[in-house]
Design a protein around this ligand. Structure first.
Ligand code: MN
Ligand code: MN
Length: 245
């Protein structure tokens, strides 16, 4: 399980490489220093997680039962750590989110720290060894520290949070909320309203195919075939129009 934080998608090597390479691409000296500092700290976390995992895995080398449960670690790996996640998938640079746009990268990093935090929390909850728990608590805490630093770095850039890159979004379209899911289902789903689709600039656009009421949708009433045939082209049309827009 610990290997998830060693060679996994939200693990320490991924964090170290993501921040360090973003740092190499960064022209802002202050934030470059931040990226390099945290990237380097994540390498030290890799060492902590690796040492911890090694302590727990080493006995597998000699135990037949353990070896049968996980031959990748016991037989191929000799009871040591390697760059795999907890399911034995090899670490990949595809885990890294590097765009070369500083504010976009900082947002990725805030999300990456949140994911690392929640993985550590789950490991703590499943861990019954006090020493390992202490180490995991330390690592989990540092992820929140990094989240605070990345958030401060992003906010201090003074950018409008919805201004990404140079090209402005299309007026009107940018404020339209497409109410495309029916909000009607067997599990009591609701067609919800909230600050994500009402108030301020929001304008709700109802899906064309729902204009006749959900009871007239294809299949909703066990359905007349004629009705179904009439509805389908208009659904496709709506999708095409939106894609072009
Ligand atoms: Mn870390
Ligand atoms: Mn971190």
């Amino acid at each position: 399980m610990l290997l998830e934080q060693f060679g996994g998608a939200n693990g320490e090597l991924a964090a170290a490489m993501q921040y360090t390479i973003q740092g190499l691409n960064c022209d802002d000296p202050g934030r470059k220093d931040l990226l390099m500092d945290i990237g380097t700290e994540e390498l030290s976390h890799l060492e902590v997680v690796g040492t911890l995992a090694r302590l727990h895995l080493k006995p597998m080398k000699a135990g037949r039962d353990a070896a049968e449960v996980d031959p990748l670690i016991a037989i191929a790996g000799g009871g040591g750590v390697s760059l795999f996640n907890s399911m034995g998938d090899a670490w990949t640079a595809d885990y890294l989110k590097i765009t070369g746009e500083l504010d976009v990268d900082l947002r990725s990093n805030i999300a990456a720290e949140a994911r690392a935090k929640i993985v550590y929390e789950r490991l703590i909850n499943l861990c019954d060894d006090p020493g390992s728990k202490d180490a995991l608590q330390f690592l989990m805490t540092r992820e929140i520290t990094h989240m605070k630093a990345f958030t401060a770095a992003l906010e201090s850039m003074g950018k409008d949070p919805f201004s990404i890159g140079e090209i402005a979004p299309t007026p009107v379209l940018v404020d339209q909320y497409f109410n495309d899911s029916t909000g009607v289902g067997d599990e009591g789903e609701t067609d919800a309203r909230g600050p994500w689709n009402e108030g301020g600039e929001w304008k709700i656009v109802e899906a064309k195919q729902l204009e006749g009421g959900v009871e007239n949708l294809a299949g909703a009433d066990g359905g007349s075939q004629t009705k179904n045939k009439q509805k389908q082209p208009s659904q496709r049309e709506t999708v095409k129009t939106r894609r072009r827009a």
